[in-house]
Design a protein around this ligand. Structure first.
Ligand code: CA
Length: 232
C-alpha cells in the first residue's frame, strides 16, 4: 500500500496536477481545498504526509501547520509546504511553523515526488522493510511471524496487525479511532473499546519477554509504540 498523502490546495488546477503526479508515483491521495476541511480529513483518516499550500482562503497553510504541530494526535505527521515565496524570511517562517520541507512554485512533478519521498523516509524509518526489529523484538511482515530471539510469540490475527501497525508507526500517539481505521479498516463498525481489548491481549502475549512496555498508554489520547522508556 502506498503512503497516504493529503493535498491541501485551493486552486483546482494545481490540485489536479499534483494529484496526477502523486497517483502516478503510487501514492494514495486525499484532497482538501481549505484548512478547515483539511483538519477534518486528517482526524478522520490520518495521512502519512500533508502537502500544504501556504496561501489558502481563511486559515493560512502556515497557521494550519502550527496547529497540527501543536496537537499530540497530529504533530508526528510530516508537512511539506507548497509556496510561491522563495525569500529567506518566508523559508524561515515556514520551517519555524514545524513544516518538514517546502517546495517553491512552480515546481516539477518529479521534484515534488522526490521531496515527498525523502521526508517520508525520515518519518517512517521501517517503511518497506519486510522484517522490522526493535530491541530484539522482530516482526516479519511477509511471514506474519513475531519472534523474540529464537522464540516465536504466537499472536492472534488482530493482535499481529495491531503490532505491525504500531511498530511501523513508532514514537507517536494513535487515538482509538485512528487505530480502528488503520488496523480494522475504515468501513468496519466496532466500538472503540474493542481496541483496548486487543491492546490488552497484545501486551499479555508480549509480557513474557518484557516487550509489553513498548506498547504505552497515553492517557486521554490513545496508544504509542515507543522504545524510549523515559516517556511513560
Ligand atoms: Ca493557494
Amino acid at each position: 500500500m502506498g503512503a497516504r498523502i493529503l493535498i491541501v490546495e485551493d486552486e483546482p488546477a494545481i490540485r489536479n496536477m499534483v494529484r496526477f503526479a502523486l497517483v502516478r508515483a503510487a501514492f494514495e491521495v486525499d484532497e482538501a481545498p481549505d484548512a478547515e476541511q483539511a483538519r477534518s480529513r486528517i482526524l478522520e483518516q490520518p495521512p502519512d504526509l500533508v502537502l500544504l499550500d501556504w496561501m489558502l482562503p481563511g486559515v493560512s497553510g502556515i497557521d494550519l501547520a502550527r496547529r497540527l504541530k501543536k496537537d499530540p494526535l497530529t504533530r508526528h505527521i510530516p508537512i511539506v509546504m507548497l509556496t510561491a515565496r522563495g525569500e529567506e524570511e518566508d523559508r524561515v517562517r515556514g520551517l519555524e511553523s514545524g513544516s518538514d520541507d517546502y517546495v517553491v512554485k512552480p515546481f516539477s512533478p518529479r521534484e515534488l515526488v522526490a521531496r515527498i519521498r525523502a521526508v517520508l523516509r525520515r518519518s517512517m524509518p521501517h517503511r518497506g522493510e519486510e522484517v522490522v526489529e526493535v530491541q530484539g523484538l522482530e516482526v516479519d511482515q511477509a511471514a506474519h511471524r513475531v519472534t523474540a530471539g529464537d522464540e516465536e510469540i504466537k499472536l492472534g490475527r488482530t493482535e499481529f496487525r495491531l503490532l505491525q501497525f504500531l511498530i511501523t508507526h513508532p514514537e507517536r500517539v494513535h487515538s482509538r479511532g485512528q487505530l480502528l481505521d488503520r488496523v480494522w479498516g475504515p468501513h468496519v463498525v466496532v466500538e472503540e473499546r474493542t481496541v483496548d481489548v486487543h491492546v490488552l491481549r497484545l501486551r499479555k502475549a508480549l509480557s513474557g519477554y518484557g516487550y509489553d512496555r513498548l506498547i504505552q498508554t497515553v492517557r486521554g489520547a490513545g496508544y504509542r509504540f515507543s522504545a524510549r522508556s523515559d516517556e511513560r
